[in-house]
Design a protein around this ligand. Structure first.
Ligand code: FES
Length: 336
């Protein structure tokens, strides 16, 4: 059976681990209840961070036909919430709870032209899609942008496989990606799939909107773990519930509020669906909007935020507020 969004948890046994680029670990897992993984699918992994269990989503980079062998590749990002450190600590023989492949970034077959855009570790969401499009002899370009060659997983293999269908942009080699040029190359018939840092996806989204290209043709996946600023501890207050809760660097506001007993609404927990929206009553600091749900205008209005990924920071140059504060940032909210 193919990947769906019905969640079935199972055990995964780690059978191989390998460092394949700077701070990027490739992990091969044998699931106990195999299911075929379609392009764009991911698994959720139950990770343990400071003794707490939490789930993280990782794209399936490769799998065999019957899904008995799944490969994920994970960037160690100590400034984010800690799931990547758990994955980097795995050894062959370890077992972990994983879902069967889940699909919310499907590749639509039949478009006239495709652009697949990956920034950094976002390549993990694109590898399977690119392979399928190559096999179908589709008109596609795989665009892979990164800071340095050594930090770009799978670069050599992908260049060999996709050859003239691949463009590579590397900052420290003086060939950074020009988002405007890239989007200028899209036509009404082009579908653009992307996964990467929030800055990159935001820039593409703005360029796409400015050129009045079809919005349904712009498809993206974010795992909610990249922001405009490094994460800081901040305080969230919910006056109606009498809550004042610290949100540590390794926790999301949603997790902190759940821990404090608030009954929160959510779905994707990745900044895509908007279901975890909270209303902002006041803010001491600035907001680091990490979602891809709100428009730039909505983000600048500082009236609401996606609390599963977005954070408060003290930065004076924050996008959504001008005040600078000396202590931790404080955001006062109302929950639905
Ligand atoms: S739960 Fe989907 S955006 Fe937060």
């Amino acid at each position: 059976m193919a990947a769906t969004n019905i969640e079935v948890w199972q055990l995964g046994t780690v059978i191989e681990v390998q460092t394949i680029a700077t701070d990027i670990q490739r992990v091969v897992v044998e699931p106990s209840l195999p299911r075929k993984a379609e392009p764009g699918s991911h698994i959720d992994v139950m990770v343990t961070i400071d003794g707490n269990k939490d789930r993280r989503s990782y794209s399936i980079v490769e799998s065999n036909a019957d899904g008995t062998r799944l490969v994920i590749s994970v960037l160690k990002a100590p400034l984010t919430r800690g799931g990547s450190l758990f994955i980097h600590g795995l050894q062959p023989g370890d077992r972990m709870e994983i879902t069967q492949p889940l699909q919310n970034f499907p590749l639509r077959i039949g478009a006239k032209r495709y652009i697949l855009l990956a920034g950094g570790i976002g390549i993990t969401a694109m590898i399977n899609m690119a392979r399928v499009l190559r096999n179908l002899r589709a008109d596609y370009t795989l665009v892979y942008a990164g800071r340095s060659r050594g930090a770009m997983a799978y670069l050599d293999e992908l260049q060999e496989l996709h050859d003239a269908n691949m463009l590579v942009h590397i900052d420290d080699e003086g060939t950074p990606l020009d988002v405007g040029n890239l989007v200028d190359g899209a036509t009404e018939d082009t579908e653009l799939y992307m996964c990467g840092p929030i800055r990159l996806m935001d820039a593409v989204r703005r360029a796409w909107t400015e050129r009045e290209l079809s919005y349904p043709n712009l498809r993206y996946e974010t795992f909610g773990n990249s922001g405009w600023y490094d994460p800081e501890e901040f305080i969230v207050k919910v006056p109606r519930l009498g809550l004042e809760v610290p949100v540590g660097r390794g926790r999301s506001m949603l997790e902190a509020l759940e821990d404090a007993g608030a009954d929160m609404m959510f779905d994707c927990r990745k900044g895509e669906c908007g279901l975890c929206e909270v209303k902002i009553l006041s803010l001491e600091g600035a907001l680091d909007h990490r979602d891809v749900f709100y428009s730039t205008r909505q983000k600048n209005a500082t009236e609401k935020m996606a609390c599963c990924v977005s954070r408060a920071v003290t930065s004076k140059t924050g996008l959504a507020a001008e005040a600078s504060v000396t202590g931790p940032a404080v955001v006062t909210i109302e929950v639905p």
